[in-house]
Design a protein around this ligand. Structure first.
Ligand SMILES: [Ca+2]
Ligand SMILES: [Ca+2]
Length: 209
């Protein structure tokens, strides 16, 4: 009997924990996409505050579960109050922005990947600076123009394409006359292919229509 009670009590706790995790998921979605919502300037701190209230209730529930395992006669805890933040527009009604560019760590769309929905002046934002070896551009024909740059803040362009475009391997995009034997040696120049593999640092996306 006691073990039945314990099992039922743990089930109640599991439901509370699940509800808290769902609320935390919604709050972190809002934090990550804060630009999508009306914001009087206090939104971030209200979201953070609700998140930490739920976090501490989660801690209480998990503690309670431990205590019930030790003492099966304990009554279940009251349902925790779940902190949330009213958002405008409602998160369900938001259509997420389209992914325009997908960047890949290795050739042939392998390894880590990053989806871009807008221009990105610094790929460090995604831990993806000087990493890209292949990419894909989505969209209807001519819908997007996408420019790739070797430097941050759209400095030193090396490739410009129209959607849609698949690039399994960043190509040789220019030839440069590089000094043979190193700079300043004065021993002549050699035409050298420059492939911007692992060099991409910023991406500009322009929507044409
Ligand atoms: Ca790479
Ligand atoms: Ca770079």
């Amino acid at each position: 009997m006691l073990l039945d009670k314990q099992a039922r009590t743990l089930e109640v706790i599991a439901r509370h924990v699940e509800a808290l995790y769902a609320a935390q998921g919604n709050l972190s979605y809002a934090v990550r996409n804060i630009g999508l919502f009306e914001n009087d300037g206090s939104l971030k701190s209200r979201l953070d505050n609700a998140f930490s209230i739920n976090q501490s209730n989660l801690g209480l529930m998990l503690d309670f579960a431990q205590r019930i395992k030790r003492d099966p006669s304990l009554d279940p805890p009251n349902a925790p109050s779940i902190a949330s933040v009213a958002l405008t527009p409602a998160p369900d009604s938001i259509v997420p922005p389209a992914v325009v560019v997908t960047l890949f760590e290795h050739d042939n769309y392998l390894g880590g990947r990053v989806d871009l929905t807008a221009s990105t002046p610094n790929l460090n934002t995604y831990g993806f600076n000087d990493t890209v070896s292949s990419f894909k551009v989505a969209g209807a024909p001519g819908e997007y123009t996408v420019e790739f740059f070797e430097g941050y803040d759209f400095y030193n362009p090396f490739l410009k394409v129209q959607s849609p475009f698949d690039c399994p391997q960043i190509p040789v995009t220019r030839w440069m006359d590089l000094p043979v034997g190193g700079f300043g040696r004065g021993v002549g120049f050699r035409r050298t292919p420059i492939r911007y593999n692992d060099a991409l640092s910023s991406v500009r996306i322009t929507k044409n229509y």
